[in-house]
Design a protein. Sequence first.
Length: 215
Amino acid sequence: MDNDLSNYRKAYQKGSLELNEVPENPMELFQKWFYDVEKNFDEGETNAMTISTIGLDGFPKSRVVLLKKYTEEGFIFYTNYNSEKGKAIAANPKVCLNLFWHGLERQIIIKGNAEKIAPNLSDGYFESRPDGSKLGALASEQSQEIDSRESLDLRLKELEKKYANTEIPRPEYWGGFIVKPVSMEFWQGRPNRMHDRILFALQEDYSWKISRLQP
Ligand SMILES: Cc1cc2nc3c(=O)[nH]c(=O)nc-3n(C[C@H](O)[C@H](O)[C@H](O)COP(=O)(O)O)c2cc1C
């Protein structure tokens, strides 16, 4: 098989990013960019982000999760703590998040440390989920092998019966991680591959060093 994609080419011209126009705090810029995408280019899942972890096998692995909250402290997503990513984070909390919004030709790359959020916060979010999603979290031993789709569907059916008239509890193996950033890079596509890249790096005094990177 030989598929040549060298003619895929795009001119980036939707915006620019200047050092003198960025705020001191990268979370403010994150918020602005997030709103820009929601307002100007609704891709449906603006909050979809790729998280890369270093696995127990030594390989990096990336997969998409949904950003459910961001605060001054960091970026929160929910998952199964026993999943492949959960185990990877337990062994090495250093992760990388990536958000690419092609409508505005923007990318944000966040390096940070992931940690479990407090159980009561995971409870609060779990309670807000529809019953189907709650049962899905209970039914799936995420990332484990299973013999068939039918076995999985059967598990769900059994759980539906079990919890027909009772509240569905959050399993203790399911909850949120917060990724606390140590660096955040904002990438804005520009013509002729002369893209803007502004890097915020957290310093020892917790201020952010801001610099421009070559494209
Ligand atoms: C759009 C999208 C959103 C997703 N959101 C989540 C999520 O919020 N949490 C999650 O655990 N998996 C989510 N997934 C599934 C993950 O990509 C992945 O398959 C799963 O977490 C298992 O990954 P692991 O085996 O590497 O731990 C999502 C996938 C897609 C495509």
